[in-house]
Design a protein around this ligand. Sequence first.
Ligand SMILES: [Zn+2]
Length: 417
Amino acid sequence: MDEIADNSLTVNGERLWATLDRSSEIGAAPNGGLNRLALTDEDKEMRDQFRAWAETDGYSVTVDRLGNMFVRRGGMEPGLAPVIIGSHLDSQVNGGRFDGILGVLAGLEVLRSLDDAGIATRRAIEVVNWSNEESVRFHRATLFGSMAFAGQAVVEDVLASTDDDGLTVGAELARIGYAGPSPVGGRVIDANFELHIEQGSKLEAAGIPVGIVTGGCPTALFQIEVAGENAHIGPTPMARRRNALVGASEIVVLLNEIGWRHADTESRATATNIDLMPNKFGIIPHLAKLTVDMRHPDPDVLEAMKAAFVSGIDAAAERSRCTIKAENHLNLGGLTFDTELVDLLRETAARIGAPAMDLLSMAAHDAYAISTIAPAAMIFTPCKDGVTHNEAEDIDPASTLPGVNVLLNAALSRAQR
Ligand SMILES: [Zn+2]
C-alpha cells in the first residue's frame, strides 16, 4: 500500500479500473455505453458480479426487500452506526458506463484498500448499491431504493409499481433473485458518502479534479394531464377541435421559454416524455400526459419559474381548447449537505493535496434521500466534456483518482470516530 508523507492512503487505481472495465461488459450498448435498466437480466448479472467480488474479499452482503445491496466490512465496535458509501449500478437507456457505477465500485475499492493497508476501523463501512436510481423503467417510482430507505417512499407502493409491460417491481425483484429478506431502512447511519461523476463540465473547465458538493439544486417536477376530445382529422373543422397534442405542445414551448428566461443564471426547464392517447394516425388525440422538470440554484427564482409556468397554463388551455391539469407531485434538491461532512471532505482534500472546489449538484442523487435521515455529503469527479446519460460518457484515472482518494481518507476518518 502506498503511503505518502502525511500518512494518507491511496487506492489501487488499476484494480478500480479493472472493476469498471468488467462492469462495462455487462449490458454493453452498441456505442460504448450501457443498457442496464433496473431489475433487468443485465442488472441481475451486475449485481451477481458485485456480490461475488464482495464475498471473495470476505465482506458480508445483505439485501433488503427492495433489492438494495449492503456490502459490509465489519468494524471493531459492531454496536456503532456504520459509515455508508453508496450509489447505483443501474443505467439509463443507452446510458454511460460511470454514472453511479463509479461511486459503488470506488466504495468497493475503499474497502479493498483498507484491507491492503491492514487497517481495522472502529465503525463498519458499508458499500451500498441503491436499487433503481435512474428511475427510467418503473412508473411513479423515482430513486426508489434510497427514497424508501429514507422513508420518502412506501415499500408496498414501490413493490406494486409497474413498467410499460405491466411487470411489477416486486415480481421483477423476485425473478432476478434480489427480493431480499432485510427490512428497508430503519437503521442508524453515522455518515453517508456518495462519489459521482459531475455530469457537468465545471471541474474539467477549472482543471480541478475534486468537487466538494455543498448541496443540491432546487428541483420541481410536475405531472401534466391535457384532456381534449377524439375526433376524425378529416371532417372535423379547426374550430371544433380539442387536440390534446396541441395542448401538450403549448406546455412544452411554455416550459422551454421559462427555461431560456433564466438561462444565464443556470436555470433548467425540461419536458422529456409524453404519453399520448390514442396515439394513432387519423385520430385527434384526447389525452396527453407529461412529466416536466424545472431547476434553479436559487430557490426564489425556482418559485418564480413555477409561478410563471402555472400562470401560463390557462393561456395554453385556451389556445388548445383543452383542459390542462398540473400537479407539482415531487420536489427534490434544495438541500444543503451536512456541514461537518462537507468540512471533512474539504480538509481531507487539502491534507492529501487533491485540488478541490465547491459545487452544487444539478442532478438528483441517492445522497439526497439519505441526507434526510443521516449526515450526508458528495464528491464529484470530472467527466469528459460534461457528457452524461449518453454512451459517450467518459472519465480517466488521472482526474478521477484524487476524488476516490478523498473518499477513502474521509470515510476512514469518519469510521475511526
Ligand atoms: Zn447517477
